[in-house]
Design a protein around this ligand. Structure first.
Ligand SMILES: Nc1ncnc2c1ncn2[C@@H]1O[C@H](COP(=O)(O)OP(=O)(O)OP(=O)(O)O)[C@@H](O)[C@H]1O
Length: 802
């Protein structure tokens, strides 16, 4: 573009803006001036409205519209605004993607502007949307168009911080919300005051009813003032929507712009269907994805579990295109992230549930694939309405099973939906069953998703009201499971309970039936027929006893009295009777066997039966009937006795917690006392041992000093020499002196001092002894005596002798 052209372009653009602003300014002069125009506007021929500037709108709204790129009103906008702007209640219906959001946003802004609404007035307008995504989208449109207004606006949807919302609700002028979250705030939040509400708008009213929000809507409306303006918008004007219109005043205006249009779906939308068996749907969908990598595709499935499984499994298989999933149970933040991410992409695949089927405005969506047949024709319209919006072109394919074809075509024809059959090009089909099996084997959580998907899908078929369209019994469960990469059909309890048997479920069903019949038999045997039970028990006992008697007879021939150590010779174990096992029975001459048999009979039957009667709380009066009255009475008496015993047993065996506590306390006391005694005894023993050790140590120490650290006495003179010398030096012979002959050999070897000591002791002992023997005193010279005493002293000190 050259500069002159550029200049021209800018000039045009600025002039246009100036014109809008001038228009707006002139209308802004006073609210009264705008309101005055309403009357004229309500009678205007809507087809002549070519620009929003032709409408009596506030300057702020006109500027907001211009800034958001909206110049010309769409059909529904042009048709509804003359009523909605002038304060009338309105029920509006228009095709999907026809601009209903703006048709509700403009009157909302204008209403608050007219009333000079500000934050002090609180809540002025309330918009209720069926889904969080749709609420978010409305919120965005409102923020965009209302940017020049000074109203505060809040989005109240699930999955957000309630506490955060709670504090801020008091000053909010416009609230856009989902029914559940709004009710929660109405119940719990005193800040939310709807007393001065001017306008209530319900968007996608048909969807709100479909989703079962009728009760919530009623509860919400009961909290709102009756003097308000109410607007209701939906894509289809169904009977239910008309019924909901009771929330509007009786003078409400019904605007349905595409009522007489040739087609209910967008005109530039190409619609096909293809026939495919249930088990081929995944392969078909995958083949479509890999063959349309440059397109933006939205794939609808019927349950969250399917959406999750297919998204994750397909991602693992790497389709070569950005693939994401959107389902209701996904957390809110992730839902918004996915939505925004998909919005930004020029080519991508989104696998979604019906959470994305209404109101969501995806830009440049090329394809809508309905992998599962929609529940109703309205659902079909909403799903395909995600593409070919606002006059753009788009394509939609619906996958039908052979048995769905006829009914669906009939329904589409009624609504004038042009559907064409598309033949699947088999050369483009890819079989991914083995790949799915590998993926499931590698990522085990996918197995659960796959199983859940099948159950959810079959359940959805089961719950659908149109049985001509949805017949669960036509599904081959085994092949369906195989198409999900599963080797076996998951347990489908709800079908089992209903007694519905699908292909591949046979075994399970039979098992179930067997199980049930087995249970019934058991019940019959155990509970319902005590007679039967008793009889069978007695038969069993009789047979055991017969075999026992036979065996006993056999051994009786050889010996009169012996002991049979019973092992399982009668195959009792295999009869399941453990009480007669491992029992020592004495068998004697005549009648002993019978005694044993009687004993055995008592042990086996009575306790068991009595216990069972008590356990199962069965009335004993309905019990066994024997041949004779006598026997019967006897048995009854016996049974009553047994029962009494068993009851007593039960009573005594009843767990008395108080008694147990006392016992436990006593036991605890005793145990503690025992422990105390034991500890005291141990302590005493320890002390004793310590004392003993100390004594031994002391003794050891003395011995050690004697033996271990023996003093060196080598320096002492040889005692023999000394003695010799003594003898020589002795004045008067050796009278009374010890001689070697008198000494013991050990004594002889002893040092002199030791010998002396020994002698001393001997002397003492001999003095004390009875056979006293007089000892002669030792005679030594004075010098020698001194020398000797000196040596003695040293030696004694060294020896440590006391
Ligand atoms: N006057 C207008 N001029 C240009 N674009 C418009 C106008 N009004 C609405 N649009 C655009 O048309 C698209 C569809 O609008 P919108 O989502 O409001 O349709 P809808 O009727 O609510 O659809 P659905 O029934 O699917 O919810 C949006 O992208 C919106 O921005």
């Amino acid at each position: 573009m050259n500069t002159s052209k550029k200049k021209e372009h800018w000039k045009k653009f600025l002039n246009k803006k100036r014109k809008i602003k001038k228009n707006a300014k002139s209308k802004e002069e006073s609210i009264e001036a705008v309101v005055q125009e309403y009357e004229k506007f309500s009678k205007v021929n809507t087809s002549t409205l070519s620009s929003f500037t032709d409408m009596p709108l506030s300057k702020a709204t006109l500027e907001g519209l211009a800034d958001s790129g909206y110049e010309q009103p769409t059909e529904i906008q042009a048709a509804s605004l003359p009523f909605s702007l002038t304060g009338s209640d309105l029920v509006g219906a228009a095709k999907t993607g026809s601009g209903k959001t703006l048709a509700l946003v403009i009157p909302l802004l204008e209403c608050l502007w007219r009333e000079k609404w500000s934050s002090e007035y609180g809540l002025g307008a309330l918009v209720i949307s069926p889904t969080r995504e749709l609420a978010l989208q409305t919120f965005n449109t409102l923020n965009s168009v209302g940017r020049h207004h000074k109203f505060s606006c809040a989005l109240l949807i699930g999955g957000t911080d309630v506490e955060f919302e709670r504090k801020r609700l008091g000053s909010v002028n416009i609230l856009i919300c989902t029914p559940g979250r709004l009710l929660q705030h109405m119940d719990e939040n005193e800040q939310l005051n709807c007393d001065s509400l001017l306008m209530l708008i319900i968007d996608e009213a048909d969807r709100i009813l479909d989703m079962g929000f009728k009760k919530q809507i009623n509860a919400i409306i009961s909290n709102l003032p009756t003097t308000r303006q109410t607007l209701l918008f939906s894509a289809t004007q169904t009977k239910d929507v008309n019924e909901l219109s009771r929330v509007c005043s009786p003078n409400a205006v019904f605007v349905s712009v595409h009522e007489n249009s040739k087609m209910i779906t967008p005109e530039k939308l190409k619609q096909w269907y293809m026939i495919c068996e249930e088990q081929d749907k995944i392969n078909t969908t995958w083949s479509f994805i890999v063959n349309n990598k440059k397109q933006k595709t939205l794939i609808f499935v019927s349950s969250c579990k399917q959406a999750r499984f297919l998204t994750e499994a397909f991602c693992h298989l790497r389709p070569g295109i950005s693939l994401m999933g959107l389902w209701g149970t996904m957390n809110q933040k992730k839902r918004i992230d996915v939505f925004e991410k998909f919005e930004k992409r020029s080519s991508a695949v989104l696998i979604a549930t019906d959470v994305a089927s209404r109101g969501l405005d995806f830009t440049n969506l090329d394809w809508v694939i309905q992998m599962d047949c929609p529940a109703t024709i309205e659902d079909y319209i909403h799903r395909v309405g995600r593409t070919a919006r606002m006059g753009n072109s788009g394509q939609a394919v619906m996958i039908l099973t052979p048995n769905q074809e006829e009914e669906m075509l009939k329904l589409c024809a009624i609504k004038n939906i042009p559907l064409e059959k598309q033949i699947v090009d088999q050369s483009l089909m890819v079989d991914i069953r083995s790949n799915l099996r590998s993926v499931i084997a590698e990522f085990t959580e996918l197995k659960e998703f796959a199983q859940g998907s099948i159950v959810a899908y079959l359940r959805s078929l089961w719950t659908m009201s149109n049985k001509k369209l949805f017949n669960v019994e036509t599904v081959n469960a085994a092949e369906l499971a195989d198409s999900y990469g599963l080797v076996s059909v998951p347990r489908i309890r709800f079908l089992n309970r209903k007694g519905i048997q699908l292909e591949g479920m046979k075994k399970e069903k039979n098992e179930d039936v067997e199980e049930k019949s087995g249970q019934k038999e058991k019940e019959k045997k155990k509970g319902k027929s005590i007679k039967g039970e008793t009889e069978s028990k007695e038969d069993e006992i009789k047979s055991i006893m017969n075999r026992f008697a036979e065996a006993a007879e056999k051994v009786e021939k050889d010996t009169d009295l012996f002991t049979v150590k019973k092992s399982d010779i009668f195959d009792v174990k295999s009869n399941g009777n453990e009480e007669v096992e491992e029992e020592e029975v004495k068998i004697g001459e005549g009648g002993v066997v019978e005694n044993a048999a009687r004993k055995r009979e008592k042990i086996v039957t009575k306790t068991q039966i009595a216990k069972k009667i008590i356990r199962k709380n069965i009335n004993i009066n309905t019990r066994v009937v024997f041949d004779s009255d006598q026997e019967e009475n006897g048995e009854k008496e016996e049974n009553a006795e047994e029962l009494e015993n068993a009851e007593n047993e039960q009573q005594t065996s009843t767990f008395d917690i108080e008694k147990a506590k006392r016992e436990l306390k006593n036991t605890d006391k005793e145990a503690r006392k025992r422990m105390r005694d034991l500890r005291a005894r141990k302590r005493a023993e320890k002390l004793e041992k310590k004392k003993k050790n100390k004594q031994e140590e002391e003794l050891d120490l003395g011995e050690g000093e004697e033996s271990g650290s023996e003093p060196d006495l080598s320096w002492l003179p040889d005692p023999d020499e000394v003695r010799q010398r003594y003898a020589e030096q002795s004045d008067e012979g050796e009278e009374g002196d010890e001689s070697n002959e008198e000494m013991e050999p050990e004594e002889q070897k002893m040092p002199k001092e030791k010998k002396k000591e020994l002698r001393k002791r001997k002397k003492t002992s001999s003095t004390n002894s009875d056979d006293f023997e007089e000892q002669k005193p030792v005679k030594t010279s004075k010098k020698r005596r001194h020398e000797l005493s000196e040596h003695e002293e040293i030696a004694l000190r060294l020896l440590g002798d006391d």
